[in-house]
Design a protein around this ligand. Structure first.
Ligand SMILES: *[C@@H]1O[C@H](CO)[C@@H](O)[C@H](O)[C@H]1NC(C)=O
Ligand SMILES: *[C@@H]1O[C@H](CO)[C@@H](O)[C@H](O)[C@H]1NC(C)=O
Ligand SMILES: *[C@@H]1O[C@H](CO)[C@@H](O)[C@H](O)[C@H]1NC(C)=O
Ligand SMILES: *[C@@H]1O[C@H](CO)[C@@H](O)[C@H](O)[C@H]1NC(C)=O
Ligand SMILES: *[C@@H]1O[C@H](CO)[C@@H](O)[C@H](O)[C@H]1NC(C)=O
Ligand SMILES: *[C@@H]1O[C@H](CO)[C@@H](O)[C@H](O)[C@H]1NC(C)=O
Ligand SMILES: *[C@@H]1O[C@H](CO)[C@@H](O)[C@H](O)[C@H]1NC(C)=O
Ligand SMILES: *[C@@H]1O[C@H](CO)[C@@H](O)[C@H](O)[C@H]1NC(C)=O
Ligand SMILES: *[C@@H]1O[C@H](CO)[C@@H](O)[C@H](O)[C@H]1NC(C)=O
Ligand SMILES: *[C@@H]1O[C@H](CO)[C@@H](O)[C@H](O)[C@H]1NC(C)=O
Length: 617
């Protein structure tokens, strides 16, 4: 199961701010506000209650010799310093496979730009406005901050009208082979491995926000890092990366955990795919620095197009074994490089090596219904027999109980529904709950979105397999740009608007108050493993017991912890009630440790004193 290395950007085939073009809402601008930044001076727009700048450079263009280097600071030239430049045109998308529609592109390696939406009225607070940094999804291989579905105008305006204003920043980051590539001679000045270049881009943007957001009226000490899908996985990486400590103060992770072992590659995997790529382009010289030079001479267009031909080194571990039979194994993505990602996130979370901040996290009930996930990232079953023999044993880790729980007979004999439930829960839902469990040193809030969008636009068969709470369905409630612009009330039916409004309000509060509640919405309690409460977002939003609505998750989490832990070289377990820990089975000097479970619990005791006491009794 859980081979998913790659999460998908919504394949919305609507008019987008096609990259390189004038900002989509420029027609409504009434002014050209100028801001002075470390990247120079930029004129943007004043639209409605918001000032907007699009396409501000935040890092040196990663081209030529800088290709595959870590993000470097942007350097302003003297001539640039003297002028005011326009921040009114969308930047290019980072190189990715061209889907051939008119919502994406142009593509250019020179793509490290960000966008800012800030209230036009200065803040009355001495420290300025709270800030949200948005990291887009797309499986670390596609997408862009400039997609109209992520446009901040509508949300930031709604927040101002609700007297709850904040500043939004979104950035492009390197993707695919350009952004997640490691090779033996690719080292930094300290001789350390370079990989995860896209993560270094995100961090460079976070530093840029720290250094510049006051110029936009923002509070650099009140930053929420937020993302969906691969964007959420990115947030998850910043939670366990010491290099990102202090650069953000709250996190929002939507449908993108990072504690599954097969979401990350190890260094030898990365070196192997790099060599394979080199072979495809005749760059297979034995001298690795010559190999790198050779690859640097190949165009990014050709490199990203070649990924389908790069062969994957499959490990014999259970977590990886046979995964090519159930889905696409993607050659370039997150790498446990020992620097950006010092240890595997599962180990980091279980040993408390985490940047603890207030966190809002969750997943949607039927994630896999997004057609792109179901059909492009996985090889879906074609019959009951196919599901039972090809998919269920691998995805269920040969665990008999999991195979029973996800047998088609549990789903009215419908193997497609069984497949959707198995992958939605196994990849997203159960692990969202684990993420919440790891973060409880600070206030943490867990949701599940279970509403099936009803409006015409969001129920197109091109987008989804059948109606349900699919991957990305909650995003529309937040940005609501489509609602405001293209589709009017077509994006939500009238009876869906209260849900959309309430969801957006919870998230806005998380950004402005680092907790989601106000005196209007149903009070969302903090998550703890003891109470295991989850906010169920649908037209009749309720608070309930997580395990009550997802009864398979205790078993799934425990099996995953064991399989992943074994691969990483330790024994892990998740006991009933979402208590996950490393079982210390080596002899110990601690005199009272009498059983593995107790030791496991003692470990957690450091963090979860109360719940541990409950467990013991
Ligand atoms: C994009 O393509 C669609 C369908 O072909 C078309 O209706 C739309 O006008 C195009 N949008 C732009 C901006 O070209
Ligand atoms: C800046 O953009 C505005 C429209 O947004 C345009 O009128 C103006 O000519 C642009 N200036 C430059 C120097 O490109
Ligand atoms: C590179 O690959 C080609 C084609 O497989 C092979 O003929 C050649 O010997 C290889 N060169 C090196 C240095 O391995
Ligand atoms: C590899 O090539 C580089 C540049 O051509 C050269 O400086 C270096 O000495 C070579 N390394 C080895 C081990 O031959
Ligand atoms: C990938 O391999 C196929 C089949 O060998 C070939 O036709 C295609 O050109 C290759 N694509 C790239 C980008 O190398
Ligand atoms: C399984 O259920 C889905 C959703 O209701 C439906 O679209 C599909 O046709 C069903 N498949 C079979 C084989 O009945
Ligand atoms: C501005 O352009 C957007 C996008 O094309 C459009 O939806 C909106 O109605 C326009 N606004 C005005 C005031 O014309
Ligand atoms: C909610 O609180 C705000 C300020 O905190 C106050 O202005 C508003 O009247 C309250 N609304 C309700 C319904 O109590
Ligand atoms: C909403 O959910 C609650 C709790 O499940 C239930 O008691 C209530 O009847 C539901 N209301 C509606 C309108 O469905
Ligand atoms: C894991 O547990 C097994 C069985 O209890 C034990 O043999 C093994 O040494 C443990 N491994 C580690 C790394 O603790």
């Amino acid at each position: 199961m859980f081979l998913i290395w790659l999460f998908y950007a919504l394949p919305v085939t609507i008019v987008s701010g096609s990259s390189g073009s004038l900002y989509l809402f420029a027609n409504e601008s009434v002014d050209s506000p100028v801001v002075a930044t470390t990247s120079g001076k930029f004129a943007g727009f004043t639209i409605r209650q918001t000032n907007v700048w699009v396409g501000i450079p935040y890092a040196a263009p990663p081209v030529g010799a800088l290709r595959w280097q870590k993000a470097q600071p942007y350097v302003v030239t003297d001539s640039q310093n003297d002028i005011i430049r326009n921040a009114t045109y969308y930047s290019p998308f980072c190189p990715q496979i061209d889907r051939g529609d008119n919502t994406t592109g142009p593509f250019n390696e020179n793509c490290l730009y960000l966008n800012v939406w800030s209230p036009r009225t200065p803040s009355s607070e001495p420290n300025g406005y709270p800030v949200m940094i948005w990291i887009h999804g797309g499986g670390f291989k596609e997408g862009s901050a400039t997609l109209v579905i992520y446009d901040g105008l509508s949300w930031t305006n709604a927040a101002i009208q609700e007297n709850n204003p904040f500043i939004m920043v979104s950035m492009n980051y390197r993707l695919n082979v350009m952004g997640f590539f490691a090779q033996s001679s690719l080292l930094d000045d300290n001789g350390q491995t370079i990989g995860n270049q896209g993560i270094t881009d995100q961090r460079m943007a976070m530093k840029w926000v720290r250094d510049n957001i006051a110029q936009f009226g923002g509070d650099k000490n009140y930053i929420t890092l937020m993302g969906e899908s691969a964007g959420s996985q990115s947030v998850c990486i910043h939670l366990i990366s010491p290099l990102s400590a202090g650069l953000f103060h709250a996190s929002i992770m939507q449908s993108g955990p990072c504690d599954a072992v097969n979401m990350l590659r190890d260094k030898s995997f990365a070196y192997s795919t790099a060599n394979n790529l080199a072979l495809l382009f005749g760059c297979n010289m034995t001298n690795s620095s010559q190999q790198l030079d050779c690859l640097r001479a190949v165009s990014s267009t050709r490199l990203v197009a070649a990924i389908g031909n790069v062969s994957i080194p499959l490990s014999t571990s259970l977590a990886f074994k046979d995964q090519e039979k159930i889905g696409e194994a993607f050659p370039f993505g997150l790498i446990v490089d020992g620097v950006e990602i010092p240890v595997h996130p599962l180990q980091a979370f279980l040993t408390g090596q985490v940047n603890q901040v207030p966190t809002l996290t969750g997943a949607n009930r039927d994630e896999l219904l997004l057609r792109a996930l179901y059909q492009e990232y996985f090889y879906p079953p074609t019959s009951t027999e196919d599901y039972l023999t090809r998919i269920l044993p691998i995805a269920g880790y040969n665990n008999r109980d999991i195979q029973t729980l996800y047998a088609p007979s549990q789903f009215n004999g419908n193997y497609s529904q069984a497949f959707v439930a198995l992958f939605s829960e196994g990849i997203f839902v159960c692990s969202a709950r684990r993420m919440a469990g790891y973060m409880t040193e600070q206030p943490t809030y867990l949701y599940t979105f279970t509403h099936a969008p009803e409006s015409f636009f969001l129920t197109q068969p091109a987008l989804i397999m059948w109606p349900g709470a699919y991957h990305g369905a909650e995003i529309f409630s937040l940005f609501q740009t489509l609602a405001a612009t293209f589709y009017g009330n077509m994006i939500f039916n009238a009876d869906e608007i209260p849900l959309a409004t309430s969801l957006r309000r919870y998230w806005t509060n998380m950004i402005t108050k680092h907790q989601p509640n106000d005196n209007i919405s149903l009070t969302w309690p903090q998550y703890s493993s003891t109470t295991d409460r989850v906010l169920v977002l649908n037209k009749n939003t309720t608070i309930t017991s997580f395990i009550g609505i997802y009864p398979n998750c205790d078993l799934i989490s425990d099996v995953q912890a064991k399989v992943y832990g074994e691969y990483l070289g330790f024994n892990a377990t998740c006991t009933i009630g979402n208590k996950c820990c490393i079982v210390d089975s080596t002899p110990t000097t601690r005199p009272t440790s009498t059983s593995n479970n107790l030791r496991c619990c003692r470990f957690k005791l450091l963090f979860l004193l109360f719940s541990c006491i409950i467990l013991l009794f």
